[in-house]
Design a binder for this molecule. Structure first.
Ligand code: COA
Length: 267
């Protein structure tokens, strides 16, 4: 797969998508969105069992996950605003983040540096976030006279609670990786030189599980977050029953009884 704005590589059942616009600090333009979505479509059918999203390196500059939505290529002109274009721009970013959130394979954000605006919204859509100790995260849109438009106002409060989300979105202030871990925005923090190793260790753990059961667990949690507890428990009930239509449930239980590691086939 050859792309202009991202790099995609697959190794050991991990597909890595790298946002790669060094001259624009990995800002997410409409081209980036189209390419990320296209890559995810391809990875759906590939051998990869886990997707990792990260930011590309840039020489001589501080490490960046992403500087967020591309402010020059988004098709938005604040001086002559066209409301349909503005809505389309927000919808485009939301669609990419929804695709990540609903993706059937686990998606891990490997946050190697600053994650601003749309960068934060991408990591909010991911299932698990591993961040470098030197990373910082913010939703700085308020200082531009806008609000987050790719899911930030909705996913951030769901992830960290309304109190912290309001502080981040209303002040636009950056928080450190350590603080992000403390409030539950980041799962794991790693020294920069170990970020890749720790992320790949996590990916390996996920690969050792059944992909079908991972999909069911993820879907139950995602759907449950959008409803009340009673409906959520029904969703869990259905997904639990569905586990038993797989071969992997038998392999998991059998391996337990035989005191060995399971070998899931994804069937
Ligand atoms: N969209 C488009 N281009 C961006 C960008 C964005 N979100 N963020 C940075 N860039 C571009 C800059 O315009 C600059 O391009 P140029 O060299 O052609 O002028 C280049 O990336 C380098 O950025 P610069 O601002 O010079 O680097 P810096 O190290 O001084 O500052 C940031 C880095 C990230 C603090 C600063 O670029 C910034 O605040 N960006 C906007 C972040 C933001 O508000 N994101 C939310 C968008 S909704």
């Amino acid at each position: 797969m050859n792309y202009k704005t991202i790099l995609v590589e697959e190794k050991d059942q991990v597909a890595k998508i790298t946002l790669n616009r060094p001259d624009k600090l990995n800002a997410v333009s409409p081209d980036v969105i189209a390419e990320v979505k296209d890559a995810l479509e391809h990875i759906k059918k590939s051998e990869a069992r886990v997707v990792v999203i990260t930011g590309g390196e840039m020489e001589g500059k501080r490490k960046m996950f992403s500087a967020g939505a591309d402010l020059t290529e988004s098709g938005i002109d604040p001086f002559s605003p066209k409301l349909d274009q503005i809505r389309a721009s927000s919808t485009r970013g939301q669609n990419m983040c929804d695709m990540i959130a609903d993706y059937e394979k686990p998606v891990v954000a490997m946050v190697n540096g600053l994650a601003l605006g749309g960068g934060c919204e991408i990591l909010l859509a991911c299932d698990i976030v591993v961040a470098s100790e030197t990373a910082e995260i913010a939703q700085p849109e308020i200082s531009l006279g806008i609000i987050p438009g790719w899911g930030g106002t909705q996913r951030l409060p769901r992830k960290v609670g309304s109190s912290k989300a309001k502080q981040m979105i209303l002040t636009g202030e950056r928080i450190s990786a350590k603080e992000a871990e403390r409030i539950g925005l980041v799962n794991i923090i790693a020294p920069p030189e170990k970020l890749e190793e720790i992320t790949m260790g996590l990916a390996k753990k996920l690969i050792s599980k059944s992909p079908i059961i991972l999909k069911l667990a993820k879907r139950a949690m995602n759907q449950g977050l959008e409803t009340n507890l009673k409906n959520g428990l029904k969703i869990e009930n259905d997904a639990f029953v569905e586990c038993f239509s797989t071969e992997d449930v038998r392999e998991g239980m059998q391996a337990f009884l035989e005191k060995r590691e399971p070998k899931f086939k994804g069937k």
